[in-house]
Structures are given as C-alpha cells and as structure tokens.
Design a binder for this molecule. Sequence first.
Ligand code: ZN
Length: 307
Amino acid sequence: MHDCGKILAFDRYRIGDREERLRILANGSFCRERLCPTCMKRNSAWQHVRLSKAVEHYLRANPLHQALLLTLTVRNMPVDQLRDWLGRLFKAFWKLMRYKRVKNAVPTWYRTTEITQNAETGDVHPHLHIVLFCPPEYFKRAKNLYITQPEWAAMFKRALQVDYTPVCDIRAMPGVGGGAPLDDLGRKSLFEACKYVCEPGMFFEDDDLEDFPLIELHDALHGRRLIGMSADLQRVMDEQSLPEDEPEAFIPENARLPEGAVLEGREIYHWQRGKTSADSRYVLVEFLPWRQPSASKEAVMTSTLPD
Ligand SMILES: [Zn+2]
C-alpha cells in the first residue's frame, strides 16, 4: 500500500491550438490491496460500472422486476471479533436466502459487505447490502410473496441465531426496474450497493495511524468473498465479461475527449520523495510519442484510447 500509485501513466492530448494539455490517467502501479484507500476507490468505481452493466442487461430480459435494497446488520463488536462474526454473518445470509419463503419471492440478488467503525469506541460494525430483484407478483397481495421489514428481521434473527432482533432495513431502489430501463437515478441507487468495504476516510480521521487496526482488519477480511450474487446474475456477469477485479487499464471516470483532441503521447511519472512532504512530488521521467498507425490516417482520437 505504501508504494501504491507511485508510477502513473497519462495520455497527453492537444486540443486545437490551445496552450495547455489534457492528461488522462491511462495506467498506474496500483497495489490492489483491499484496504488501500486509492485502490478501494478504483475498485468501488469498477463494481459500480460492472453492476450497472449487468443490471441493464438483466432488466432487458426482466423489464417489470423491481429492485429493493436490503441491509442486514449485527451489533457492534471489538475488531478482534470481526473475523468470526463475518463468518457467522455470511453463513446466516446463505441460510436466509435458502429459506423457502425467500427463495420463492426473490430468486435474484447481489450482495456486498461494508464495515464501518465507531469513532468513539473503536468498535466495528459489519453489515451486508443486498440488492433484491423482485418479480411484479411479489408486490401483489394475492400471491402472498411479499416480505415485510419485521418478517425480514425475524427470519434473519433465526438464521443468525442471536437473542436480539438485528437491525434490518428494506427499501425500494428508485430507477432500478419497474418497467423502465436503467437511468441515471437507477445508477445512483446502485452505487449504494457498491460502496467501499470500509470508508477510506476511516484511515484519515487521526493524523497518525497508530490506533487504526489495519492489521486486524486485513486479517479479518483475508480470503473472504466480500461480493456475492445469485447464479443467474453471475451468468450475466460472465456472459458480459465483467470480472470481479477491475481490468488493468480501467479508467474510473469514463473519459470523454473534447472535440478535436489529438493524442501526443504517453507521459510516465514517478513519485519522488523530497526532504519534506512539501518537496515530494511526481516527476515526469519519460515521454513516449504516439506514432500514427499509417501516414494516411489522422491520429485523432475520439472515444478509444490506445494501449
Ligand atoms: Zn493501492
């Protein structure tokens, strides 16, 4: 994590006869650690792109289905209990989804894991966000498929085998389903289910990281599948070539180049540590000019970026 992003590559564009240049991040030496704030942001952006694409596809086949967001929680705990409790939480979730009542009502789902921390006590709060795709019959009284919030909580309590009623929340996801194709509002709703495993801000609350349980969190998450989904949704992901890890050259913001942008080449920057943090900065170490594929072709890039 310490070395994450110390090498960055940008594609440099000239726009008309303007003096300044446009730079778009093309690649970088990212560590891909789950708890790295930089990589978490990149990964979260990828999960959003990935889920949005899969849902678009799913809604084309099931236009009348409506998405609901179910949040399942357990009580706060000290960080050294997190690993065990994550295990219990996942197991309880599997049990819940296999209850006949649930299986009949919501065959399609997508699950993510989030861990927040209580700033005062330092206790952690793991919880699951689940996007449920419900057929129109789910909402019809006569079909007897609808599950109320207290029913969700009671079933989850049974699955989790605890003596208290865990906090559960269920709400509609505006813009996701119900007869209309996925729109910007729907994409925004889906982002709720693609948030980081931990809020990157958790790391920066204090100036020093001394009290931050990074190792404990790392150990608790090690080897855990934090994202899960029903088999049919997984099939859509596979068919659409949407892997769990973001592709090497994934660019979080879909870079839209302005009219007439001309690629000049790729710049490679290295992070150079100075005597003080004010002296530390990225230094341009290499420029690779873009060669036109053939003399007749104008190297005017519109939407695709070179490798
Ligand atoms: Zn990283």
